[in-house]
Design a protein. Structure first.
Lengths: 312, 274, 477
């Protein structure tokens, strides 16, 4: 971890105690407003959530009152099958969309890296799905396109002579995965495109001269160069994807059964269907712990892969 | 050699155009549906050629969509401004006066995004209720700023870290104080980063749904609330909702298009340093 | 002299007819009424205006769903403001979000709503939690002329009862609905099939099988998760098969023979002869299917009748036939009862203004206003006897008005099952826990419809959930 204390300002003076001391006050001045705002809003809310998770509080049964319940919300949660399914679904969906988005993003980035007429317009259009409201995305895909009776894609499949599948019924996670990939691939594409564009031309030229074919170039030059970008895109993508909620809410409501229930959706259901504020808070806290574990692990891999702070 | 390039380019172009049309078509379809009436909206076989009607557009405009857009603009604009005003100096502080705690600070910032929004909904609701900020844009501004700050700081941190040492040394040698270094040397060359941070912050806040619906009633509803009002469990609404959705995505899409050049440059430079 | 007398007799007869409201020249009605009671109203009394006192400068916030009838109300609200000087702000959200938002608001004491749309399910719970205030005392504060023009007793007692708690009325119905069967007259004719007015589920299943071919599907039934989605029609099937959710000791009955038979029937019917994508089809999807001619039958809310006959929303206008909701072993509980109703929130600071708005929106005059402004098929149905005596409404809705009225009047929440039960409700169990329980069970049923699980497995899991809910809620001792 020691290497990571150096930001990549090369040769920046680190000795000289007096300089370091002098900087402390300024550093605090610059940092504190931001940290305070974030801290107050998120940590206070988080502490309140932890406190509430120790209560039995049903919003529509004021006659039962609010009682201290210790860790019973957590024990009930961890032993429930729905929680395990939700955890599984969360992991499957997140990893699936991460991989799919990255692959699609990579392919499109490679495409956009080559010059061709109207490239600017194409690039502009290709990033559009990222800016569409998640609720809109879900509505479009669920009803306008994929609905087996009156969806457009379903109609196309029917015209081709096949029976349109009921994706959200039989394979809800795949259905949601499709619409999430459509929504998020631009995020990955942009990062990877940036990476491709920062790849020095002369390296490729040299490889060509050496007689390397396009596949070899990709494998031994492009991909390693992109490692860093893939890692960053994955970390951010992971954090955002783990918390998605709106798309599931609109498309499947976590169903059928709990086939597409994820941790965030389970939290919502527990809060607004069961009205159990305490239990919902417990799920939230558990989700945080889970994400910390995943992100920490991921961060370590990331650090090792990108050689955080190695000299440029 | 020129001939070979031509063929490759043609193939690339065709593939690019085909893929683009396929990917963007759902959005086009949605916009088209907004100009149909309810009955034709879901007719199969679908009508690609039709006479557009403006009823849905008029209805949306008459339902006061401009007010919602205004509210969204204020909430998103103000919160992004706050995030930039606090986040840029914060990232600068981390880079200019580095400490061993830097990675921990960065990790802590990102850890604030681990809690699903719905988990803190009731606590935040109660807090805002007690300070009488429910149904005001302030509630959303505060929450969005706090939620986007980590992103802004991470992005600006990457940019600042990438600046060549010589430039910074020049600043120190000149005897400039920290603020001057930031404003006169570092910021001007980090504008792509600022563009990226701004854009992502705006898009994520504009599309944010859960807090917007929960904290607002009648004085501060934003676009997501407007779109929700078209969803009903009884009665057809496809065409009208398509129009509402089309109008709702206009701002972020236009913003994204306008800034996408900066966006790519920004994401590029940011990623290099992580 | 003779002629003059008969003239007078004739005029008196007309006058009495007018007084009993048998004609729609309601202007004469209210004018006669005003003359008779010497009322002083602040605005011109007419058949479409309820006289209401002015309260200038007051603003109220109303929480509402975005259903077509409520959307129409929002568009007509400026008339209310013009008459009373009370400004109305609407918060419009889909049902479940509205319920979340409103419940959060009232349970945490934020109290930023004045009038709230709640359903027959919510009313007793709200009353018990003191989240809503009784309506009648507020109505009694209004001037006598308003009260008589409003005529509370015109509202169907069965719906009023469903919105009361311990005999006190807490919410006033805006529109009421039951369930019924819609079918394609032309398809039935072509197949030489007849649909009786009171079909049985067995007949319906047989018809669905016969009409299910090619791109036409026999029937559309809800399968979307949600205690108000798939469970609504399913519960009526359970009832009519002789099943129930709990016995009198609050033991869950979801694995009992009649319930199993009912659920198996429903799931198999929709899987074999129902619409594809059933597990994500709710009211709106089935309505779209029926209106675009994809299904031959549909059992669902009576409000759809108006939509299916509206050329702006349906391609099958004139081809739709109507029948009562099918029965099997018993007619009890075969038709559900639901009403969206307006209640004054307990924490509201403008209770009287809210009550005025509620009176305006649930009055006979409002029904007339909608009828004359937007067309009589769109008048809010199922709340007032006067609506069903109104010749203009009857003419426009002749095909289904009588059916709807009878269905609503005969739907009894307190007597909806073959065997006695400890709960109230036809298509739901009216306890607060039902929202969570019902949602979970509906998810299981939806999975069974999608074919991801067997009915037996779904029901045994549902049984466990229902037992747990009864214990946790303190019902089962």
């Amino acid at each position: 971890m020691a290497e990571t204390t150096r930001p990549a300002i090369r040769g920046e003076p680190v000795a000289g105690k007096s300089m370091a001391q002098r900087g402390s006050a300024e550093r605090r001045l610059f940092l504190f407003p931001a940290l305070i705002l974030v801290g107050v809003v998120t940590q206070v809310a988080f502490l309140a959530t932890i406190y509430i998770s120790l209560l039995n509080w049903n919003l529509v049964r004021p006659d039962l009152g609010t009682h201290f319940a210790g860790l019973s919300n957590y024990t009930t949660l961890l032993t429930s099958e729905t929680f395990r399914t939700a955890l599984q679904n969360t992991v499957t969906l997140t990893v699936g969309v991460l991989v799919a988005g990255m692959v699609v993003g990579l392919l499109l980035a490679l495409l956009l890296n080559r010059p061709f007429p109207l490239r600017g317009l194409v690039r502009t259009l290709l990033i559009t799905p990222f800016f569409v409201m998640p609720v809109a995305t879900a509505e479009i895909w669920k009803n306008m396109l994929l609905n087996p009776l009156f969806g457009l894609i379903a109609w196309l499949i029917q015209t081709a002579g096949f029976t349109p599948p009921d994706i959200f019924g039989t394979h809800p996670l795949i259905g949601i995965g499709i619409l999430l990939t459509w929504e998020w691939y631009p995020f990955f594409m942009l990062i990877l495109l940036g990476g491709l564009q920062s790849l020095p031309e002369d390296l490729i030229e040299a490889a060509h001269i050496d007689g390397a074919g396009p596949l070899a170039i990709f494998r031994y030059i492009t991909l390693p160069h992109l490692q860093r970008y893939i890692a960053i895109a994955s970390l951010f993508g992971l954090i955002y994807l783990l918390g998605i909620f709106g798309e599931i809410y609109v498309a499947t409501q976590g169903g059928p059964g709990d086939a597409s229930t994820t941790l965030p959706y389970l939290t919502y259901q527990t809060l607004f269907d069961n009205w159990e504020v305490g239990a919902a808070s417990a799920i939230g806290v558990t989700a945080v712990i889970f994400t910390i574990i995943v992100a920490t692990g991921f961060n370590r891999i990331l650090l090792r892969m990108t050689g955080y702070g190695e000299a440029q | 050699m020129a001939r070979k390039l031509h063929l490759g380019t043609v193939v690339t172009s065709l593939v690019a155009y085909a893929v683009t049309i396929a990917i963007v078509f759902p959005i086009v379809w949605m916009i088209m549906t907004g100009f149909k009436d309810e009955v034709s909206a879901y007719q199969m076989p679908p009508s690609l050629l039709f006479t557009p009607i403006l009823d849905n557009l008029n209805e949306a405009l008459n339902s006061g969509i401009m007010t919602y857009i205004e509210h969204s603009a204020v909430a998103v604009g103000a919160s992004t401004l706050v995030a930039l005003l606090l986040g840029i100096p914060a990232a600068f502080g981390l880079v200019w006066h580095p400490r061993k705690s830097n990675p921990n600070v960065l990790f802590w910032l990102i850890s604030t995004k681990f809690m699903p929004a719905v988990g803190v909904l009731i606590p935040l609701y109660l807090i805002f209720k007690n300070v009488h900020l429910l149904d005001t844009l302030w509630a959303l501004i505060i929450v969005y700023a706090a939620v986007n700050l980590p992103l802004v700081i991470w992005i600006m941190y990457s940019f600042f870290s990438d600046i060549p040492k010589e430039l910074l040394e020049a600043g120190r040698v000149d005897g400039a104080n920290d603020w001057q270094v930031l404003m006169r040397i570092i910021l001007p060359i980090s504008l792509p980063g600022v563009a990226v941070a701004t854009l992502l912050s705006v898009i994520f806040s504009w599309n944010e749904f859960l807090f917007a619906v929960t904290f607002s009633y009648t004085d501060a509803p934003t676009i997501p609330v407007f779109v929700s009002s078209y969803m009903t469990s009884e009665g057809l609404f496809w065409a009208r909702m398509s129009m509402a959705l089309s109008l709702a995505i206009v701002v972020p899409v236009l913003l994204g298009w306008a800034a996408q050049r900066q966006l790519i440059r920004g994401l590029t430079l940011g990623a290099v340093k992580g | 002299m003779h002629l003059r007398l008969s003239h007078l007799v004739g005029i008196a007869a007309v006058f009495s007819l007018v007084l009993t409201g048998w004609t729609t020249s309601a202007a004469k009605t209210i004018a006669a009424h005003s003359v008779a009671s010497g009322a002083r109203s602040h605005s011109a009394a007419s058949s479409t205006t309820l006289p209401l006192p002015r309260k200038n400068g007051v603003t109220i916030t109303v929480a509402t769903v975005g259903n077509p009838d409520q959307v129409a109300m929002e568009k007509l609200a400026p008339k209310f403001t013009a008459e009373t000087g009370i400004n109305v702000n609407f918060v419009t959200l889909p049902e479940d979000q509205l319920r979340s938002k409103v419940t959060t608001d009232v349970a945490t004491g934020a109290g930023k709503f004045d009038a709230v749309f709640i359903g027959t399910y919510d009313a007793p719970i709200w009353a018990k939690n003191k989240w809503a205030v009784p309506f009648t005392p507020l109505l009694n504060k209004l001037p006598a002329s308003t009260q008589s023009a409003y005529n509370l007793s015109d509202i169907f007692p069965s719906i009023r009862g469903a919105l009361s708690y311990n005999g006190t009325l807490y919410a006033v119905p805006f529109y009421g609905e039951s369930s019924m069967l819609y079918y394609r007259k032309d398809l039935f004719q072509a197949a030489h099939l007849a649909m009786p007015m009171h079909p049985t589920w067995a007949q319906v299943a047989a018809d669905a099988k016969k009409l299910n071919s090619g791109s036409m599907h026999g029937i559309c039934l809800r399968g979307l998760p949600g205690w108000g989605q798939v469970l609504a029609p399913l519960d009526t099937v359970i009832n009519t098969y002789g099943g129930r959710w709990y016995d009198t000791k609050w033991n869950a009955q979801l694995t009992s023979a009649p319930v199993k038979a009912a659920v198996n029937f429903y799931v198999n019917l929709v899987r074999n002869y129902g619409e594809p994508g059933a597990s994500s089809s709710g009211f709106t999807e089935c309505e779209t299917d029926m209106a675009t001619g994809k299904v031959a039958m549909w059992v669902d809310a009576t409000v759809a009748a108006g939509f299916l006959e509206d050329p702006k929303q349906s391609l099958e206008v004139g081809k739709i036939g109507f029948a009562y909701a099918p029965v099997q072993k018993t007619p009890k509980g075969s038709r559900w009862l639901w009403s969206w109703a307006l209640a004054v929130e307990g924490a509201s600071k403008n209770k009287e203004a809210a009550a005025e708005f509620i009176a305006w929106a649930t009055s006979r005059q409002y029904v007339n206003l909608v009828g004359t402004t937007n067309g009589w098929t769109t008048a809010p149905p199922g709340t007032r006897a006067s609506t069903y005596k109104n010749p203009q409404y009857l003419k426009a809705a002749s095909a289904f008005a009588g059916l709807v009225k009878t269905s609503i009047l005969s739907a009894n929440q307190h007597n909806a099952t073959l065997l006695p039960v400890p709960y109230v409700g036809i298509q739901y169990v009216d306890i607060p826990e039902f929202e969570g329980l019902g949602t979970s069970v509906s998810n299981l049923i939806s999975a069974a419809i999608a074919g991801n699980t067997s009915v037996d497995s779904a029901l045994s899991q549902a049984q466990k959930l229902a037992q747990a809910a009864a214990v946790k809620g303190g019902y089962k001792k």
